[in-house]
Design a protein around this ligand. Structure first.
Ligand code: THU
Length: 131
């Protein structure tokens, strides 16, 4: 199970488009359907227009018709596992419960485990929009 999401994240990372930072990231999310969706970071000459790997994986998931995340895996080539940025924490929290496991990893195989709730305490969510 866990090995599959890692492999998808590792594979998609090789296709990251990161000519500006040189920092390639791969992300894979497993949906409640069991399907795994992968995404890589896609940078742009207009730097702020770049998108994170997590955002790509989420977009692929939603485009395919899934909206519930049950597992997240993020891998980068850094020495230590890389945590999702603040914006991606919010994006992930939109589709996953607080207890969803998030694995941050290096290509070399070091893993760090956390959950969506631990990544984004006090999250703003749809409940606040209701009053
Ligand atoms: N990046 C991701 O894709 N995901 C993360 O979790 C951290 C950062 C990307 C954004 C940018 O293309 C590069 O890494 C350097 O910040």
């Amino acid at each position: 199970m866990g090995g599959e999401v890692r492999q998808e994240a590792i594979n998609v990372r090789t296709r990251a488009y990161a000519p500006y930072s040189g920092f390639k990231v791969g992300a894979a999310v497993r949906a409640a359907s069991g399907v795994i969706y992968a995404g890589c970071n896609v940078e742009n000459a207009a730097y702020p227009e770049g998108t994170c790997a997590e955002a790509g994986a989420i977009a692929a998931m939603v485009a395919a018709g899934d909206t519930v995340i049950t597992d997240v895996y993020v891998v980068a080539g850094s020495d230590t596992p890389v945590p999702p940025c603040g914006g991606c924490r919010q994006k992930l929290a939109e589709f996953g419960a607080g207890d969803v496991p998030v694995t941050m990893a290096t290509v070399a195989g070091t893993e760090q485990h956390t959950t969506l709730a631990d990544l984004l305490p006090g999250a703003f969510d749809a409940a606040f929009l209701e009053g």
